[in-house]
Write a new protein. Sequence first.
Length: 237
Amino acid sequence: MEKRSETRKVVLIPWDPNSSEHRERLYEQRIACGWKADMVEKWQGLQRNGKMAIQWVVLSDEDPERDSKLALHTLQFPVEKESILDSATTFGGLPRMLPNSPRSFIPVGHISLDSENPDPSLADPSQGLYCITTFYISRALQGTGLGRAAMDAVEGRAMQEPLCAKTLALDTIAREFCLDKEAWKALGIPLPTVNNQDWYERRGYKIYKRVEHNYPQKDLAGKIWHIPAVFMKKSVV
């Protein structure tokens, strides 16, 4: 019962790569996230051809704290206070019917379920393997259960037709780097409030490999940090 309640806290709405408002909002959220804002243009093409399936994380009308959460989010990120329209006419490379009545919303994060990745160990649809990427929840709302709700929703969608996923994969920052306060200060990114590796392990993801220099990131002084990553999988059948 608790899991269903958490899932109802969010709905997932496809990102529209052809909308300037959607592109700008995703760019703003990647700036807030601290990672890969420069990838948004590339993601447009991957979203159009169905190799990425980026979705907005949107607070559900059923969430009794919806208005107060939105207020916290827009107070910290006033550039995101305007609503955007649900306008994606394709999703996962397939046509998508728009709602009969125009729907506007303020996204508080985003998450992608990808069918292709440069690392073949992360995605192979022929084997029922898909990867979760570009996951971000507003820093103003982290720790409120929205991350758990978004993961519940995307995992549930992956198991349904047409994907019928058997295994989900992801990569994330290694545990010890999440705890390195000096590194995050040098990078100009807030110290994570949650250790990603530990959080995914609690959800049943298991490490299958580690890469010591996976995420190159330039700090405020121009130094390049090569951040270690762990690669994880979870069976969903």
